[in-house]
Unconditional design. Structure first.
Lengths: 114, 107
């Protein structure tokens, strides 16, 4: 059974940092592109970033470029999102997903507030 | 960036109704479009991929059509479990972009 489990969310002050993790199982992680999508409270979905199988290709939405870094550890079957210089507008539930699939995690809430 | 204009933003319908939701892309995206259903507090669920291919396990009352810039999600006979918010997503070019969402409510 394919499973994706996000962790690492929480409350952080503006300007702070957080690292989200997505632990995966049930599929060959190293052969799939992965995706982060977020959803601000009461708002729609927003694509955040994609990473290819070996981590050599990364794509970001403009609003997080230079602040967020997507990465992966294929030995640990894990996906990450390092978030720096956080702003109130980054407050959202963050989902990891297998690109082009119906497999998503349950989401982890990031709240940026003083 | 490709803008996805989804309409309507909300609709009220009754069980058994036929429902149509539209997404218009600001430029051609071939058939690089998916449709997602989301219920409160849950992750999105993909219904349609490649604009017209129904995801395995999704009821046959859901269908998708379109190519280029105009896309449609149709629910042929609305069921109680279909009341949710629906989003389109284009993955033709970066940044990927979602439509604003359509909330389907009970009339």
């Amino acid at each position: 059974e394919v499973q994706l489990v996000e962790s690492g969310g929480g409350l952080v002050q503006p300007g702070g940092s957080l690292r989200l993790s997505c632990a995966t199982s049930g599929f060959t992680f190293s052969t799939y592109w992965m995706t982060w999508v977020r959803q601000a409270p009461g708002k729609g979905l927003e694509w955040v970033a994609n990473i290819n199988e070996d981590g050599s290709q990364k794509y970001y939405v403009d609003s997080v470029k230079g602040r967020f870094t997507i990465s992966r550890d294929n030995a640990k079957n894990s996906l990450y999102l390092q978030m720096n210089s956080l702003r109130a507008g980054d407050t959202a539930v963050y989902y990891c997903a297998i690109r082009y699939s119906d497999y998503w995690g349950q989401g982890t809430l990031v709240t940026v507030s003083s | 960036d490709i803008r996805m204009t989804q309409s309507p933003s909300s609709l009220s319908a009754s069980v058994g109704d036929r429902v149509t939701i539209t997404c218009r892309a600001s430029q051609g995206i071939r058939n690089d479009l998916g449709w997602y259903q989301q219920k409160p507090g849950k992750a999105p669920k993909r219904l349609i991929f490649g604009a017209s291919n129904v995801q395995s396990g999704v009821p046959s009352r859901f269908s998708g059509s379109g190519s280029g810039t105009e896309f449609t999600l149709t629910i042929s006979s609305l069921q109680p479990e279909d009341f949710a918010t629906y989003y389109c997503l284009q993955h033709n070019s970066y940044p990927w972009t979602f439509g604003q969402g359509t909330k389907v409510e009970i009339k």
